[in-house]
Ligand binder design. Structure first.
Ligand code: HEM
Ligand code: HEM
Length: 174
């Protein structure tokens, strides 16, 4: 089957920066999620805002929204300018696993902020539950993604990881 995805030799510096910023901001969300959960429980039982840690709540919302914007920019960049080729002699199962995990990660990066915003500003309890469920799935995806990146680097010995660190490390992935 012909592949119509545009090709480019390497990731752009902007795309690389955003990838690692998103990863760092997800760590921030891991650190501040307790405060958000508390605030959400308080909101559901109709408690006043004073009982929640407002600063941490706004941090969670601000960081979550920033992740959303960065993910959309990366996705647009990738749809318009494409991505570097996958390694040529990668096993078919590994190629499809990588493609599926990447697509699901983009979906989770978009659905997380949307469900959070709908829960918090719309007061929709189901959206809060969806937010937690997507988070659990996202953790598994991130785990598989990191294992994949390390396998590429240390076992398949390709340049997949280094080209996500340095914009000039082009090549076919070998
Ligand atoms: C990609 C961005 C985001 C990430 C990674 C994230 C992560 C998390 C995590 C880990 C939790 C705890 C869930 C659990 O352990 O069950 C949580 C809870 C929550 N977050 Fe976010 N969040 C993001 C964006 C947002 C945004 C933009 C809002 C908007 C207000 C938001 C609102 C909430 C709410 C209301 C809860 C409590 C939901 C519940 O406990 O059922 N989140 N978030
Ligand atoms: C923690 C949150 C992370 C998220 C949400 C995330 C998400 C993504 C996404 C969506 C792609 C896009 C691939 C594409 O457009 O085709 C990607 C690429 C990549 N990520 Fe991550 N990533 C994260 C963390 C990491 C970490 C910790 C590592 C390293 C251990 C890593 C290594 C890579 C590499 C090497 C690529 C390039 C893959 C390729 O060129 O085929 N990522 N990441």
């Amino acid at each position: 089957m012909q592949n119509h995805t545009p090709r480019r030799p390497s990731w752009s510096a902007l795309n690389i920066w955003m990838h690692w910023l998103i990863a760092a901001l997800i760590v921030v969300q891991i650190l501040d999620h307790d405060a958000m959960e508390d605030a959400w429980r308080n909101a559901l039982r109709g408690a006043s805002e004073g009982e929640s840690d407002a600063l941490m709540v706004w941090l969670h919302i601000g960081v979550g929204f920033t992740i959303f914007v960065f993910a959309l920019v990366r996705l647009a960049d990738r749809l318009i300018r494409g991505r570097p080729p996958h390694p040529e002699d990668e096993p078919v199962w590994a190629l499809w696993l990588a493609k599926s995990v990447h697509a699901l990660l983009y979906l989770a990066l978009i659905l997380m902020p949307i469900s959070g915003l709908v829960a918090w500003f719309g007061g929709v309890e189901g959206a809060g539950s969806a937010h937690s469920l997507i988070w659990t799935i996202m953790l598994v995806l991130i785990g598989v993604h990191i294992l994949g990146a390390l396998t590429q680097h240390f076992i398949f010995r390709t340049n997949v990881l280094t080209r996500m660190v340095r914009p000039d490390s082009a090549g076919s992935g070998q």
